[in-house]
Design a protein around this ligand. Structure first.
Ligand code: Q46
Ligand code: ZN
Ligand code: ZN
Length: 307
């Protein structure tokens, strides 16, 4: 297989784009693609200050590298959840994020759950979950809360996450199977700011997991290769696995599924999300000031209050 641009040996063949590229041209191509989607979906401009959520994995570090090369003003946010799972998951992920930032002279904010609330995610999840439920719902809540609060408090113009095409297609499939109109109306690459929520953007929404992994390897980025020990058996991995099987048989099916969803949204297929505080009947949390539908304290403040 040869690179379409220069005829050298190809480093990657992307069947869904009918495109093979060498290492140099693939890296250039991925940077161009990312910039194209930033502009197409009007995510942000060079004058915006961006908070990039960084997990230490391939997607977030590849995306941060690309935003940095494109000259955007970025600060990273790493949330240390204190997950060990026998592999020192959080400590090693944090190290990857720190090393990445240091090598490029970038600023990385670290939110350390144990220092902030006195316990790690697995303890917090134990206090709050029912039965043998995984800690993922508590984890999701903590991450969404910390990301939004950090972005709002420090006045960033947008919160950037590295959700990729595989993530978006898997979420879309799950929400379609449930016909969850509420969630289907929130799957766009840009969620505008409003009612105490920061603007959220996903520049990698059309970039596949395989492409972002190839980018980090070809760029020599050291990322956390192990998955979170709690991810095994998750619904999202189940959907990703099946989407990948379909992709093998029908190259491009994932991208078509997601792009056609965006077209359907544009055509008004699902009700647009209403974001005003009145419509969502939001109040301000009495402790942290974050938006909440509950009276008094938000879910995070209630959950993390010492019992
Ligand atoms: S980090 Fe958290 Fe994931 Fe681990 S505990 Fe579950 S949600 S699997 S993206
Ligand atoms: Zn080439
Ligand atoms: Zn609160």
């Amino acid at each position: 297989m040869r690179c379409r641009k220069c005829g050298q040996r190809a480093a990657i063949n992307m069947r869904h784009h009918r495109l093979s590229l060498c290492s140099t041209h693939f890296k250039e191509w991925l940077i161009d693609q990312t910039q194209r989607f930033i502009e197409k979906y009007q995510m942000f401009t060079p004058s915006d200050r961006l908070l990039v959520a960084v997990s230490g994995g391939k997607d977030s570090l590849s995306l941060w590298d690309i935003l940095w090369r494109l000259g955007y003003q970025t600060v990273g946010l790493y949330i240390d959840l204190g997950i060990n799972g026998g592999i020192h998951y959080s400590a090693r992920s944090r190290q990857c994020a720190l090393q990445f930032a240091e090598e490029r002279g970038l600023e990385l904010d670290i939110y350390d759950l144990r220092s902030e609330i006195g316990r790690d995610l697995p303890d917090l999840a134990d206090e709050n979950r029912r039965g043998k439920e995984k800690p993922c719902s508590t984890c999701g809540l903590v991450k969404r809360y910390v990301m939004n609060r950090s972005a709002m408090k420090q006045g960033y113009d947008a919160l950037v996450t590295a959700h990729n095409l595989d993530d978006e297609a898997a979420i879309l499939l799950a929400n379609t199977l449930d016909w969850s109109l509420e969630h289907l109306s929130r799957g766009l690459p840009v969620m505008p700011a409003g009612a105490g929520f920061a603007k959220k953007v996903k520049p990698f929404c059309r970039i596949s997991e395989r492409e972002s992994a190839a980018y980090s390897i070809l760029r020599g980025i050291e990322y956390m290769e192990d998955e979170c020990p709690y991810s095994a058996g998750s619904k999202q991995l189940f959907f990703k696995h099946h989407l990948n099987e379909w992709e093998d048989e029908m190259p491009g099916v994932k991208l078509r599924f997601y792009k056609n969803y965006l077209k359907a949204m544009e055509a008004g297929a699902f009700p647009a999300r209403q974001d005003s505080a009145e419509i969502l009947s939001l109040q301000q949390c009495g402790v942290c000031g974050q938006p909440t539908t509950a009276d008094g304290l938000c879910v995070f403040c209630r959950m993390t209050a010492r019992k």
